[in-house]
Design a protein around this ligand. Structure first.
Ligand SMILES: [Zn+2]
Length: 214
């Protein structure tokens, strides 16, 4: 049975970093929808052209297109043993589509990283990102280090003042609450305290996923 993991959690919870660590540990790809959309646009595929058009209008990529992008990614050979999804699903229709896409591949394990709002605001306001590709800097990365993915320089996020951050978190929470409720009623839904040190969070996640494999 595959390692089929969905990571949930708000911006600033450490979801991307932990998804990457978990994926590496179990030898499956981390599938980040942010990366997928950037890749699709860069590749200029027909799907990418659709994504580019939506983003150029300043719109969010809708369910149907997002599901198509993820479906396309899940069929690549490296995803045969499983996946750690980061940023998908975001909506109930996406969650229902994921159940259809993974039918017969084994149960989904859904893990939500829990971090209080105050701590998220603190983290997000001090966050640096790669000026070239948008990857989040590890908070411990030195000032003279470069992006591990593309070699770009770190920049402070300019939109991350406290009120903007709080508004963004409120929007995120409103959009994803129905999704959390959807998964809460499922057996393989677990919460992990995201305020613990990163190594402890990683260990807790690995244990949960390991249990589901047994
Ligand atoms: Zn970069």
């Amino acid at each position: 049975m595959g390692v089929n993991v969905v990571m949930l959690g708000p911006p600033g919870a450490g979801k991307g970093t932990q998804a990457e660590r978990l994926a590496t540990r179990f030898g499956v790809p981390r599938i980040s929808t942010g990366d997928l959309l950037r890749e699709a646009v860069a590749a200029g595929s027909p799907l990418g052209e659709l994504v580019r058009a939506v983003m150029a209008r300043g719109d969010l990529v809708g369910d149907a297109l997002m599901i198509e992008v993820v479906r396309d990614r899940l069929t690549r050979p490296d995803a045969a043993p499983g996946f750690v999804l980061d940023g998908f699903p975001r909506t109930i229709p996406q969650a229902e589509a994921l159940e259809r896409l993974t039918a017969g591949l084994g149960a989904l394990t859904v893990v939500e990283l829990i971090v209080p709002e105050q701590e998220l605001v603190r983290r997000l306001c001090s966050r640096r990102v790669c000026g070239s590709c948008g990857t989040n800097a590890d908070p411990s990365a030195g000032a003279d280090s470069r992006c591990g993915r593309c070699g770009g320089a770190w920049v402070q996020r300019t939109d991350d003042n406290a009120q903007v951050v709080r508004d963004r978190l409120a929007v995120f929470s409103r959009i994803t609450r129905p999704l959390v409720d959807f998964y809460r009623s499922r057996a393989a839904y677990r919460q992990v305290d995201g305020t613990r040190p990163p190594d402890e969070v990683a260990a807790a996640l690995a244990e949960i996923v390991g249990e589901e494999q047994r």
